[in-house]
Design a binder for this molecule. Sequence first.
Ligand SMILES: [Zn+2]
Ligand SMILES: [Zn+2]
Ligand SMILES: [Zn+2]
Length: 535
Amino acid sequence: MTEQAALPAISTATPYYIAKSNVCVNSQKQSIGNGVFAGRKFGAGEEITAFKRPLVASLETERLSDTCANCYVWTEGSSTGTRLYVPEGTRVSKCAACQRFWYCSKACQKEAWNRGHKHECKMLTSMAGKQPPIPKAFLACMEVLIRRGHRLISDDDWEQLCRLPSHIEDFKQDGRCENIEMMAMGASRTFSHKDFDKDFIAAMYGRIISNALTLITPTLDPLGIMVDPTLCSVNHACNPNAYIMMDGPRVSLRTLRPIKKDKEIFISYIETTNPYHIRQEELQSRWFFTCRCAKCQKGTTLQEDMWKIPANPEFVVSAQDKQSMASSQEQTFKVYDKIQHLADPKVVIPVIEQALQICHESHFWPIHRQPYAALRDELILHLLAEGKYTDAWAQCAKRYKYILPKLYPVPFHPVRVVQAWQMTMLAAYLASTEYGVGVPGVQMGLIAMMLVKQVLDVAYLSHGPENAFTMSVKRKAEEMIGELKKCLGNADHEVMNRELEVQRDMLMEMGDWAKDGEALAALENFEMAEKAFSV
Ligand SMILES: [Zn+2]
Ligand SMILES: [Zn+2]
Ligand SMILES: [Zn+2]
């Protein structure tokens, strides 16, 4: 959200414009901030606007040595081949002087050097090896100031950046201000620029911490943070009509749903599938606001807050039931937070499986309620890392059948597309092994082909036709179809289509293979209904 200020009139013929927001309002319903609006009508799955790169970005400390600091190609981290868009053999090597940033090519290094690294490299050299590592937001702040000091940021960008709120008063309230001011004090000594005093730097640092978006790969892996004055002006909603997509350094704003001309554009800053109170807590603590989006206005009455209860209309949810739901949710979120700090799949897998079993046996958790669903995502990643491919496959099939359509009803929602792609590549891998999934009649090759075609159809909308991800899916689809044609020779089309139907049914059946707990499975036969209420 940007602070209110006089803005130059922008023609609405442009794809978007910045104006007073309808959601950033004070208690008297007066607008207190700006938002980004559609300058024309957009369909679903369209690009609203794109930038060659964000104004500034900063990699996670762990990503520094395996990611290009210019084009953001992440060279490591793929275990399942979902990142086919990264050219084989891509390596990064470090800047010999500061030893902080790594680049995938001489061209990338040169580009970054001229964009401003030449003015900061020396300073970073003196900070090399410092422990604890310098926060990424602080590095982004320094880069912005250094580049502006050398007139490498345009007046327009600079003005728009400075209009973003710094939230210094909020940081004072939550106790983080002291640290911000200390960092700013240290930084102010390195600037001879008269405008960059301690308070100005503290405000800029606060602005970057509280407005940064996540820097991602096309498969949504988080790499760090980015700040762009336009994109950071897009407000949040828990039922957004748009989202940010990246392709290397290129960053675009795309529509999730059709947007009428002059309607405000929203993205989501958080995981919108979480229950109401979790969303509000996160938005309040990280972005300092209470969300009043259309979804939040419905409070705890929506799917995210549903529990399963017996369908019998006379069944009354007791205070005790509510209490056990609340504590179960708290426990499950605790497990979810805990596993974020555990790396060894051998340790993590049993922890997740136990949590899934508890959710399952409690009988009031719908399979798509968070973090029950998010725990399964983690389980899949760890099973893949452990090489337990058939187990991972059963979980993917369950997610594909029961969870993705519920959580992401828009078929080209980027999360849904990327998770379906993960499943596709797993199917392709299993098809290449001798036993597949070890069940007669299941033809993983055909299932993989069916999935790759589905992913390709939606990738045009989720990522756009030019995105490296879409092009890699297209190449894979062509390769698989070519192989299949070779195998089939002149096979009958009708026979082929019938076989595909059979495999589609098989895929749906496989969605029921994975069980979160066998013990009380018999109780499943009770008829349950989903009902929302606050706990
Ligand atoms: Zn590069
Ligand atoms: Zn350097
Ligand atoms: Zn909301």
